[in-house]
Every structure is written in structure tokens, then in C-alpha cells.
Design a protein around this ligand. Structure first.
Ligand code: SF4
Length: 297
């Protein structure tokens, strides 16, 4: 990748970050709108969702972060084989530094021991970059900004769980999911969205649970049993009366997305990542010339 192409990719990546940070994807904004329309007029839930909708409008209008916590930056990139992954990683990090300078990202990455802020969002493990080469001639870049408040209420369960009465089956998974929602109430800036993984080891379980957030809220799981469970837990969660920000009401969860990966016979993990209403994910296809061709969400 020559210097001029690197410059073009850099500009495209900064634009992906700007849009991700300031504009909520349409599927999420639509779900918030639908939730608000179902709440009782004048209720605290309706009011909270109204404020959230105003934030969404403002963020888009002013190209400013939707929330002061611009979160962990998670990049998921498929790139043409001919590109050098080391250079690509360098350009992505440069884009994060530039986006931070421009205010699209807040200075949000600190040394875990000293608490010192790099001021650039770049440091060990930051940003998180998943790279995968493919045989196509364009790049597929997706970005998720995952806030700390909602990350804190993620949970992992090892089944069987006698306290929950949860066995090693889909019904056991359902009990874990509902427990995680109850534990998160009033925290994590709901209404939330859950990314769930059944199976895997502890590490891959959480990684796969986060990948579920790349799916649109409106999509349908290709596995009929999981599709049913996704719908059922969302409906059950919305009957718990927790509501947006824990203020009560029927909009507790905007959706749940479940993935499954193999496990070893001795383990059965259910890993749950919680995303707040500020569900910032965006993605674009980027041509071999470094130009954004299409937005995905
Ligand atoms: S949980 Fe989400 S909405 Fe709440 S402060 Fe963090 S990023 Fe912002």
C-alpha cells in the first residue's frame, strides 16, 4: 500500500469512526421509536425514551458523540489478501488517533495499572482489531463502540447452575439470560440489547457474544430454535417492568441475538454481552482505491 493509498484509507476509516460515534444505526433508532410509542404518554419511560431520541437527533446533526463514553473500539475487518495486515493495523490506529483529535472519540483509554490516559485511545489492546483476509477486492470494515457501563453488566454462566435451576439445554440458557437482565436492571443504560453465545470456552464465548451485535435487530436467526428463543426472551424481558434506565415500563430490551459454537463435553457456558441504548455500530465497504462505497446499517 503506497503512501497516497494509505492516506485515502485513513480518511475513509476516520469517516467510519465519525459516523459510528455520532449516528445510531436505523434499526436501533427505529426500535427505540417503537418502544417509546408503546409507553404510556407522560410516563417516566416515555420521557426517558424521548430524551434518548433527542440525543440521537443532536448527535447526528452536530457530528458529535452520542455519549461521552465512546467506549472500547472494536473493529471487524475483512480485507483483500494483497493488503499488508501490518500496514493496515497501523492505518487503523492512525485513524483512531485522528478521530480522537477531531473529537469523534473521547480520550478514553487508560493504562490498567497506573490509570494514565494515553490521550489517543491507542495502547496495548486498544483499539481491538479483528482482521481477516479474503479473496474479494474490497474491504468490509465494521466498527462497534462499546461503552463501559453496559460492558460492566455482561455476565457469564457455567451450566448447570443449581441456584438458577438451569440445566445444560436451551431452557437453562433462557434462565441465565433472564437472570442477567434482572441483575442489570437500573444499570447499563437500558433499554438494552443482548448478544449471547451458547458454548465455546470462556474467551470465545464472550467474543462470539459481541459478534452478535453486528447483526441487525430486524434480522432472523437462521436456526429456528434460536430464533424462537431470541423472540421469547425479548418478550419476557419486556414484561418484567424494568423499562428504560430502570424507570419502569415495557421497553427493557430492544432485542436479543444468540450465536452458538461447539464446546467441550465438560463445559457449558452461556456468555452474555449487554449493549446500552447508545448502540453504536456501523460498517462500510471500501474499494481498492480507499473510497467508501456503501454503508451497511
Ligand atoms: S452505558 Fe452506554 S449510554 Fe451509558 S454511559 Fe456508557 S456508553 Fe453511554
Amino acid at each position: 500500500m503506497n503512501a497516497s493509498l494509505q492516506k485515502k484509507y485513513l480518511a475513509a476509516f476516520v469517516e467510519v469512526i465519525r459516523k459510528t460515534s455520532s449516528e445510531l444505526p436505523k434499526d436501533v433508532a427505529d426500535a427505540i421509536h417503537v418502544g417509546r410509542s408503546k409507553e404510556a404518554p407522560g410516563s417516566r419511560a416515555e420521557y426517558a425514551l424521548g430524551i434518548i431520541e433527542k440525543n440521537i437527533e443532536l448527535g447526528k446533526l452536530k457530528s458529535q458523540p452520542l455519549c461521552q463514553d465512546t467506549g472500547t473500539n472494536l473493529f471487524y475487518v475483512h480485507y483483500p489478501r494483497k493488503l499488508d495486515p501490518e500496514i493496515l493495523t497501523k492505518v487503523i490506529k492512525k485513524a483512531v488517533i485522528e478521530a480522537t483529535k477531531k473529537g469523534y472519540l473521547r480520550q478514553n483509554s487508560v493504562d490498567s495499572i497506573t490509570g494514565k490516559n494515553s490521550g489517543t485511545n491507542v495502547g496495548p489492546g486498544s483499539p481491538v482489531i479483528h482482521l481477516e483476509a479474503w479473496n474479494k477486492d474490497f474491504m468490509d470494515m465494521r466498527l462497534m463502540l462499546k461503552g463501559g457501563g453496559c460492558e460492566n453488566v455482561g455476565a457469564q454462566y457455567s451450566l448447570p447452575d443449581t441456584k438458577l435451576g438451569a440445566g445444560r439445554d436451551l431452557n437453562g440458557a433462557r434462565k441465565c439470560i433472564l437472570d442477567a437482565i434482572v441483575q442489570a436492571q437500573g444499570k447499563g443504560c437500558g433499554p438494552g440489547i443482548l448478544g449471547i453465545c451458547i458454548g465455546g470456552d470462556r474467551g470465545t464465548g464472550y467474543a462470539v457474544s459481541k459478534e452478535q451485535f453486528l447483526r441487525k435487530l430486524t434480522d432472523k436467526n437462521s436456526n429456528p430454535a434460536l430464533a424462537k428463543l431470541e423472540e421469547e426472551v425479548t418478550a419476557q424481558a419486556n414484561q418484567l417492568g424494568i423499562g428504560p434506565m430502570g424507570f419502569g415500563g415495557g421497553t427493557t430490551l430492544l432485542g436479543a441475538k444468540i450465536g452458538v459454537v461447539n464446546r467441550v463435553p465438560a463445559s457449558f457456558f452461556v456468555s452474555i454481552s449487554y449493549m446500552c441504548w447508545a448502540f453504536r455500530r456501523q460498517g462500510a465497504s471500501i474499494t481498492a482505491k480507499g473510497e467508501i462505497k456503501k454503508w451497511f446499517y
